[in-house]
Design a protein around this ligand. Structure first.
Ligand code: CA
Length: 251
């Protein structure tokens, strides 16, 4: 889908160098009608699935589709609609796993943003990340729902140690895992400015490509070539995992 004027958007998802399946997924959505667009804005999602057989791919696909459909159909404010989407996706994955026991351990991260006028709303579960680049600086808006993320927050290990920690893949929250999920979502939107760049990515990118390199790519290039450059950078260091990145740049 081509975005309406006001943002430049691109995404790229790559198998990486060692995996057999790409369990990541991303999407970009806008309503068809201008009237709906004024109410709903733009929705961008990145999800990173996990689980044996084809479970990971299925989980990230269900999450992205369910969040989109629920967001589009829900009548509340963007944040409430996003959270409804996450809850619906969680239930849908649980139900899918119940009906297909081979998928019993399926789950997925999800990071979703809505840009409406100059406001940013977001929700996330898991360790896919959202960054905001403004005035030449990069800042991370999400915290990782992972075991090592918790260790870093508690000061037990350093951020650099987390990157190579043997348990870095253990998530503390995922869609489709556990009875309840509580998506993390700020109560008030963030005010966006002209020229702001939003970047969503899976751990296959951020665990191997440094923030300085992410900042350089999105600052120096348009979203489409920035995404390609970042995937290339991950592959250049062996990309052990699937690599997914989506970039929105505000006009
Ligand atoms: Ca991953």
């Amino acid at each position: 889908m081509r975005p309406r004027a006001g943002v430049e958007q691109a995404g790229e998802s790559d198998l990486g160098c060692q995996r057999q399946n790409n369990e990541d997924r991303y999407s970009y959505w806008e309503p068809d009608s201008d009237a709906d667009f004024r109410l709903k804005g733009r929705l961008a999602i990145v999800a990173d699935g996990m689980g044996g057989y084809e479970g990971g791919q299925e989980a990230s696909r269900i999450a992205v589709e369910t969040i989109e459909q629920t967001y589009a159909a829900s009548p509340q404010d963007p944040r409430t609609n996003l959270i409804s989407g996450f809850r619906a996706a969680h239930q849908s994955i649980l139900e899918h796993a119940r009906q297909n026991p081979v998928f019993h351990n399926m789950g997925t991260t999800s990071t979703a943003i809505v840009v409406l006028d100059k406001n940013l709303y977001y929700a996330h579960v898991g360790d896919s990340r959202l960054y905001l680049v403004r005035n030449g600086k990069i800042g991370r808006l999400t915290r990782d729902h992972s075991y090592v993320g918790r260790l870093v927050e508690q000061g037990i290990i350093l951020p650099e140690e987390a990157e190579s920690h043997p348990q870095r893949n253990i998530l503390t929250a995922a869609l489709g895992a556990g009875a309840e999920i509580s998506p993390e979502s700020p109560e008030s939107p963030i005010s966006l400015e002209s020229g702001d760049i939003l970047l969503l990515c899976t751990d296959g990118l951020w665990s191997v490509v440094r923030e300085a390199e992410i900042l350089a790519a999105v600052s120096e290039e348009a979203p489409e070539s920035a995404c390609r450059r970042l995937v290339r950078a991950a592959r250049a260091v062996g990309a052990p995992d699937n690599v997914t990145v989506q970039v929105l740049r505000l006009a």
